[in-house]
Design a protein around this ligand. Structure first.
Ligand SMILES: Cc1cc2nc3c(=O)[nH]c(=O)nc-3n(C[C@H](O)[C@H](O)[C@H](O)COP(=O)(O)OP(=O)(O)OC[C@H]3O[C@@H](n4cnc5c(N)ncnc54)[C@H](O)[C@@H]3O)c2cc1C
Length: 416
């Protein structure tokens, strides 16, 4: 069933009884050509592009829980391509271009909203660093705009310009950045993949890999053994645990990241705003809630909930940046598990086991990467050759000293 205006009219006139489920509840078959482990945004996008772009057949996505239950449904929905290092910027700009055509491509309203993102700066050196970043963005075809204080005041008059400990001098604005309804992305890719014959198997946890003499030929799951010629793993925060079953120790740690939503307010925040002197970022959802977050909880954990010191830190950052939100009440908060890599950048690569491919290390920035990650991983699995924009995202870069250290923090996952 294609979604369009005529369909809405038809269903509206017939009591909305004809809508079909967005995807089938598939049962596992004994064998596939390709299995994708993990039904998050990245796994589903990979399956979608494998079927649509690379015309692969007999594909399954194996998900231990339900579609949308992982980070794809827990993030703060920000998309952008305002990176500095060439290896990242080209990839994230490719992703932003895919977002711009995504709803038409998979025929689903994922509410892509390019309201812009502004990174605030509070000192001359920080401004200079942002100018440099803006230039790197422009070299990759992105759209940086440097806002001075007057221009910023016009856009965001509610910011604490006059009484701040770290005075706001201006911002680096990316007008094409913005937000996307996160779980709709999972549903859209799931529906698009299902339509092209992909089996989406929920409540099916991978518990082991069938590996013999360096070749992977399938997975053990809670619903039995499933064989396949190629297996791609895209399990985000569970990467270390799942790849350990294949005997691999990843250059990665898992940390909690929390998100918060306030009660609904009248429209006030024009796009996404990030604080440059603390850990706080905010946007406003279509329902009016302020959606905000900050730093990761600084310890390793697989729990999908965080702790109070970070709540306090995030709220302090928010109030110091825009004191007016001090009166708003927080309605909901939650946590997700982040796959923090040693250099803060992702991995999309083959492994030393034939037939086993890995996608992970997305840190707290993998939502915006979802379309490009799926596309590049699909290309790698289908053709055994990396996509142009993902060539540097190799597993062995850590041993070869070719890190993609976006923040320049060194091998400190909790600082990226
Ligand atoms: C609070 C928060 C805010 C964030 N904000 C942003 C943001 O604003 N912008 C941005 O770009 N990124 C953001 N992120 C990061 C982003 O959400 C993640 O990087 C991205 O969603 C990870 O990819 P995924 O969608 O495939 O992960 P997930 O949705 O977590 O998918 C992985 C799936 O693998 C499944 N799985 C795990 N183990 C197994 C197994 N053994 N067998 C089968 N399945 C398994 C899990 O159940 C899960 O569904 C945020 C994350 C959090 C938690």
């Amino acid at each position: 069933m294609r979604y369009n205006a005529l369909q809405i009219l038809k269903q509206g006139l017939t009591g909305h009884k004809g809508w079909k489920p967005a995807w089938r509840k598939a049962e596992p078959k004994p064998e596939y050509d390709i299995i994708i482990v993990g039904g998050g945004g990245h796994g589903l996008a990979t399956a979608y592009y494998l079927a649509k772009q690379f015309e692969q057949k007999r594909i399954a996505v194996v998900e231990k829980g339900w579609i949308g239950g992982g980070n794809v449904g827990r993030n703060t929905t920000i998309i952008r391509s305002n990176y500095m290092l060439h290896e990242n910027e080209g990839f994230y700009e490719f992703s932003l271009k895919l977002w711009e055509n995504q709803e038409q491509d998979f025929n689903y309203n994922s509410m892509v909203s390019q309201r812009g993102i502004i990174n605030l700066f509070h000192s001359d050196p920080q401004r200079d660093a942002y100018v440099r970043r803006g230039n790197a963005m422009a070299l990759n075809g992105a759209d940086p705009v440097l806002l001075d204080q007057d221009a910023l005041r016009k856009k965001c008059p509610f910011l604490n310009f006059d009484n701040a400990r770290f005075p706001i001098q201006g911002g680096l604005w990316q007008p094409r950045g913005g937000t996307v309804r996160h779980d709709a992305v999972a549903w859209g890719y799931a529906r698009g993949a299902d339509k092209r014959g992909v089996d989406i198997i929920e409540n099916c946890e991978v518990t082991g890999f069938l590996i013999d003499q360096g070749v992977c030929s399938g997975v053990e799951t809670t619903r039995g053994t499933i064989k396949a010629k190629k297996i791609g793993v895209a399990v985000a925060g569970s990467s270390s645990r799942v790849m350990a079953m294949a005997g691999m120790r990843l250059p990665m740690e898992s940390h909690v990241l929390q998100a918060f939503v306030s009660e609904g307010l009248k429209p006030v925040i024009p796009g996404v705003i990030t604080y440059g002197a603390g850990h706080f970022y905010v946007s406003q959802s279509d329902k009016g809630g302020l959606v905000f977050g900050g730093d990761i909880d600084g310890y390793n954990s697989y729990a999908q909930r965080g702790n109070l010191p970070v709540v306090e830190d995030v709220c302090e950052g928010g109030v110091s940046l825009m004191p007016m939100i001090g009166k708003a009440r927080v309605l909901r908060m939650w946590g997700g598990i982040m796959d923090m890599s040693m250099d803060g950048s992702p991995i999309i690569d083959k492994t030393h086991v034939n037939g086993l491919y890995f996608n992970g290390g997305w840190c707290y920035g993998g939502f915006k990467a979802t379309p490009a990650s799926g596309y590049c991983f699909a290309q790698l699995i289908a053709t055994d050759a990396p996509h142009e924009t993902a060539k540097a995202m190799r597993m062995d870069r850590f041993s070869r000293g070719l890190m993609i250290d976006e923040k320049g923090q060194g091998a400190q996952p909790n600082l990226h």
